[in-house]
Write a protein that binds this ligand. Structure first.
Ligand SMILES: Cc1ncc(COP(=O)(O)O)c(C=O)c1O
Ligand SMILES: [Zn+2]
Length: 403
């Protein structure tokens, strides 16, 4: 891997086209405040970044080094993340005729896909000399930040909604991070974090408010393209959407891969959100340019309780430009899908990770996906910290939805 390097060229704002030098710490666009995205010299990268070129590399997301932002190999903080399996589920009862695959990021270090973003962003933060980190999180991003900050010897503070499952603050503290519990949703946690950390020199690692977590998420798309080459490449990807980094990251990955000639099309991307918090799906239905904040979000899936995703224009762009769409699912359907995947297939999922399986029936009925197609369900996290029976009981007790 020694001759392989990052071809990062800079950062750009897709909203106002401002370009920014990448080799000093920066959060959002200095001109308009929107998300900054990394740009690469794709022509330069193409000499080594080929299907054959990456084939023999270690089975982690760092095999895509040319299109990741970390410049110096010794700055890479790794826990062995990435290159998770894609499992063939065949047909699910809710979607006859649809060929279902499942990519299992429940097997990532720290138990969720959030390790992808944090491995890359914390490595890059350390490379740029940042000494302290903080982030608001629904849970999984906090655990991942805590672990990679520990790997890099950086202090981290996690701002967490009070309603997060107990296992989350416990896991963050076990990695040595500080935890601040905040009433409300991730939105309030973010406001509180930014207020408290102002002037402290700590760097804000919030979703799409710094440029590099999405680069790590991009590797979901790289892996799907590498693992499912040719005819196996899926027609559609169904993804549980909260802050939107996954969809935005995969779309960026497929755009880069199309330019490089790895793929000739982009799978249709579908956002799944719970009935009780669905700002992205509502904006898709309303054909709106951005989301309106969802009042009173209620769902058992903490990672999907994001009432106002920051970069909603980019999420909507990824879904629309890929020809995809979206659907909502009730909380109970997520719990049933957790049970189906666990008992029927031996796959452990969190409520968010089960949401794509729950969405198959609604997507098929709405003719967004069709019999004969290959659809990849993205399991974003493991069910290890979840008590499925407890969730079912809680839903029963609360009527239909619980907080
Ligand atoms: C398990 C899980 N799935 C999905 C999401 C949504 O992530 P995003 O839409 O930012 O990719 C989260 C976010 O916290 C999560 O923890
Ligand atoms: Zn801008």
């Amino acid at each position: 891997m020694e001759s392989v390097r990052s071809y990062l060229t800079g950062l750009e704002c897709r909203a106002c086209c401002t370009t920014v030098e990448a080799d000093r710490p920066v959060g959002t666009c200095p001109t308009c405040g929107h998300t900054l995205f990394a740009t690469y010299d794709l022509a330069g990268a193409s000499s080594t970044f080929t299907r054959v070129g990456v084939q023999g590399r270690p089975g982690t997301l760092w095999r895509y080094r040319e299109l990741l932002p970390v410049r110096t190999a010794t700055n890479i903080l790794t826990l062995g993340e990435g290159f998770t399996p894609i499992l063939d589920l065949g047909e699910l009862p809710s979607a006859p005729g649809v060929h279902c695959l499942l990519k299992d990021d429940g097997l990532m270090p720290t138990g969720s896909f959030k390790a992808r973003g944090m491995a890359v962003a914390v490595s890059r933060a350390r490379e740029l000399g940042i000494a302290r980190l903080f982030a608001p999180t629904a849970g999984n991003a906090g655990i991942a930040l805590a672990a990679y900050a520990a790997r890099g010897g950086l202090p981290a503070t996690i701002y967490l909604p009070e309603s997060a499952p107990e296992a989350v603050p416990r896991a963050c503290r076990a990695y040595g991070a500080q935890v601040v519990a905040v009433p409300g949703t991730i939105r309030e946690a973010g406001e509180e974090g930014r207020r408290r950390e102002k002037g402290t020199g700590a760097f804000d690692m919030s979703t799409l408010r710094e440029p590099y977590r999405v680069e790590g998420k991009k590797t979901m798309g790289f892996e799907i393209a590498e693992q499912l080459a040719g005819d196996a490449f899926p027609d559609a990807i169904v993804y549980p959407t909260g802050g939107g980094t996954g969809l935005v990251g995969m779309f960026k990955a497929f755009q880069e891969l199309r330019t490089l000639g790895w793929v000739d099309r982009i799978p249709r991307l579908y956002a799944v959100q719970p009935d009780g918090c669905a700002p992205v799906v509502r904006a898709l239905r309303e054909e709106a340019p951005r989301v309106r904040a969802w009042e009173d979000p209620r769902t058992i899936a903490p990672g999907l309780a994001v009432p106002a995703p920051f970069a909603s224009e980019r999420i909507l762009e990824a879904v629309r430009a890929s020809g995809g769409g979206g659907t909502t699912v009730p909380d109970l359907a997520m719990v049933e899908a957790m049970e189906l995947l666990a008992k029927g297939f031996g796959i452990s999922t969190c409520p968010e990770g089960a949401a794509p399986a729950a969405a198959l029936g609604p997507l098929l009925r709405a003719r967004q996906i069709r019999a004969g197609e290959t659809v990849l369900l993205y399991n974003t996290g493991s069910g290890a910290i979840w008590d499925v029976r407890g969730l079912r009981d809680a839903l029963g007790a609360a009527g239909k939805v619980a907080r």
